[in-house]
Design a binder for this molecule. Structure first.
Ligand code: OGA
Ligand code: NI
Length: 359
């Protein structure tokens, strides 16, 4: 693992490139895409969007409304791997305050941010690349990555000290999101025909992992040539994304094209990660997504990753394995699994695909 101790070349902050006023972006950021992120290939501005689901319907006491909502979530997980939740119980004020405190963080002078500069050993802190291969193409974004759970990995000294409310807001935000993820884990278990606590138990019960990556996508002078985040599937369990309220950018794979997500007000974007794909024996898919950038506006998003305990082998739930549908994946711990993306950077769905057992 020695290759993971340091970056192979000096780190360039994308925000500094953006602020420099350059009109031509360096080669390193040019993605020679077989499918350029031009608007023509996305469906025209139709009303295509990932499903928006009112989570409060599950608790309404009306059984048919509850069942209908569970079934909407089930279809979203099978057909999209993505949906948005509204009326999810997390304070809207907490959501916007947390997002805005991070926006302020990214607007601090670069000297203050690099006090938190990260290394590929743990990725914690302020970073500008994912993957350690020398000379690899880079994405047009900076980020801040921190561990929330397990508590043994939570180290508030590594979280920003400025703005002063940052640490406390992140702590509150994390608590609320863990609670919401717990609800969604039950919903997914029930929808898969499993015991309601099956997925949570498989993740390690209380002893799960959670981390936050705050993404900052600066303005890009040549947005058609770059990507804010290359196509990837999230390696963990599930992700709750709080997108920028003003600027869209997230695109979700749909067949051969990409659908640009239109964020609903005060919603979280939920997506299935690779670990739930494995546990569900591919009944649920961890769907590829990417982020496009634009020349007019920067964008901030908070991705909260809810993950299995790193040391527990994750494999398809027994109930979902049969003679007709054998286990598609061998057991692997999340600690082993996440090394792949940390070394190679975002690579579409190549990792989870490569796991597939040969039958
Ligand atoms: C991620 C991610 C999307 C976004 O952080 O894994 O997919 O809109 N982010 O920032
Ligand atoms: Ni992602």
């Amino acid at each position: 693992m020695s290759c993971l101790q340091s970056w192979p070349e000096p780190i360039v902050r994308v925000q500094s490139l953006s602020d420099s006023g350059m009109t031509v972006i360096p080669d390193r950021y040019i993605k020679r895409l077989s499918e350029p992120p031009s608007p023509v290939e996305s469906p025209p501005e139709t009303e295509v969007n990932i499903p928006v689901i009112d989570l409060s319907n599950i608790f309404s006491g009306d059984d048919s409304l509850r069942d209908e909502t569970l079934s909407l979530i089930s279809s979203a997980c099978r057909e999209w791997g993505f949906f948005q939740v509204v009326n999810h119980g997390v304070s809207h004020e907490l959501m916007s305050r947390t997002r805005e405190v991070w926006r302020e963080f990214f607007h601090l002078p670069v000297e203050e941010k690099i006090a938190y500069a990260n290394s590929p050993a743990t990725y914690e802190g302020y970073g500008s690349r994912l993957g350690v291969e020398k000379g690899m193409k880079l994405d047009w974004s900076d980020y801040f990555f921190l561990h929330f759970l397990p508590k043994s990995l939570r180290d508030q000294k590594k979280w920003p000290m400025f703005p002063p409310s940052c640490r406390e807001l992140v702590a509150q935000y994390g608590e609320e999101l863990v609670r919401l993820c717990g609800i969604l884990m039950k919903v997914f278990s029930i929808n898969l025909g499993l015991e309601e606590d099956c997925l949570q138990k498989a993740f390690g019960g209380e002893d799960i992992g959670a981390c936050l990556r705050v993404n900052f996508y600066p303005k890009c002078p040549q947005p058609d040539l770059a990507l804010g985040l290359s196509p990837h599937s999230d390696p963990g369990g599930m992700t709750l994304l709080l997108p920028d309220e003003n600027v869209s950018g997230l695109q979700v794979r749909r067949g051969h094209g990409w659908v640009t997500v239109k964020p609903a007000p005060n919603a979280f974007i939920v997506n299935i990660g690779d670990q739930i794909q494995v546990l569900s024996n591919a009944n649920y898919k961890s769907v590829e997504h990417r982020v496009i950038v634009n020349s007019a506006k920067e964008r901030v998003s908070l991705a909260f990753f809810y993950n299995p305990n790193g040391k527990i082998p994750i494999k398809p739930a027994e109930k979902l394995v049969s003679e007709d549908r054998p286990a598609l994946y061998p057991a692997m711990t999340f600690n082993e699994y996440r090394l792949f993306i940390r070394t190679r950077g975002p690579c579409g769905k190549s990792q989870v695909e490569s796991l597939k057992s040969q039958h």
